[in-house]
Design a protein around this ligand. Structure first.
Ligand SMILES: CC(C)(COP(=O)(O)OP(=O)(O)OC[C@H]1O[C@@H](n2cnc3c(N)ncnc32)[C@H](O)[C@@H]1OP(=O)(O)O)[C@@H](O)C(=O)NCCC(=O)NCCS
Length: 186
């Protein structure tokens, strides 16, 4: 069964893609690379404490060098990651999205995304989830999952809307395991 609801676009996304948001602001999606480390750190530092907690489930002040490297020095094979940048000079990244799989289980991937506070509520989260699902489906992933804090209503609403299953988490009621089944696409 295709659990992804109709709003998720099935088309193939190019490496770089430009999106127009409500209000006329344009953003561009590009694959993250090691060269983006400073911009990624700036993006993370710019997030509110609440958003940082929702993304990492702990109150990090900034990304440690090891975590920064893990997030940006990606192979774009098992670990696929994108940054969204505003098409206005001088602005840091406005969002970040990724999925990661193990070599032993290439049909299953864990995803994560974050949108800068000033850019939330404009549809970026929904579009990024659609992008991740569409890209993952085309690259052999059959199940996309993510652990979401139980009080993260916006993310849980987004996952429900996409057709995900929301499951109890083995670590306790503070977490919800969200699981999106993907349909193979060419
Ligand atoms: C969760 C997050 C990614 C959503 O991104 P976003 O760009 O703000 O989301 P969108 O604008 O695409 O909104 C998607 C949907 O979320 C839901 N939503 C929005 N605001 C909401 C709110 N205040 N309460 C509950 N649901 C809400 C709605 O269903 C909304 O659809 P709508 O357009 O019909 O209102 C973003 O808020 C974020 O980065 N939060 C901090 C980090 C985080 O939580 N990451 C997820 C962990 S994997």
């Amino acid at each position: 069964m295709n659990a992804i609801a109709a709003p998720l676009p099935a088309r193939v996304a190019p490496a770089q893609e430009t999106w127009l948001l409500p209000g006329g602001r344009a953003v561009r999606l590009h694959p993250l690379a090691a060269v983006d480390a400073d911009a990624e750190q700036a993006f993370f530092r710019g997030l509110s404490l609440d958003s940082r907690q929702k993304r990492f489930h702990i109150g990090l002040r900034e990304l440690s060098p090891a975590l920064l490297r893990l997030l940006t020095d990606v192979d774009q094979q098992l670990h696929r990651a994108w940054a969204v940048e505003a098409l206005q000079p001088g602005l840091p990244f406005v969002a970040d999205a990724r999925y990661v799989r193990e070599a032993e289980r290439p049909d299953e991937a864990e995803f994560a995304l974050a949108v800068a506070d000033d850019w939330q509520g404009l549809g970026l989260g929904r579009r990024l989830l659609a992008h991740l699902a569409s890209h993952a489906a085309r690259h052999g992933v059959r199940r996309l999952f993510g652990d979401v804090l139980a009080d993260n209503r916006r993310m849980l609403a987004l996952m429900r809307e996409a057709g995900a299953r929301l499951q109890a988490h083995p670590d306790g009621p503070q977490l919800v395991r969200t699981v999106l089944e993907l349909t193979p696409t060419a």
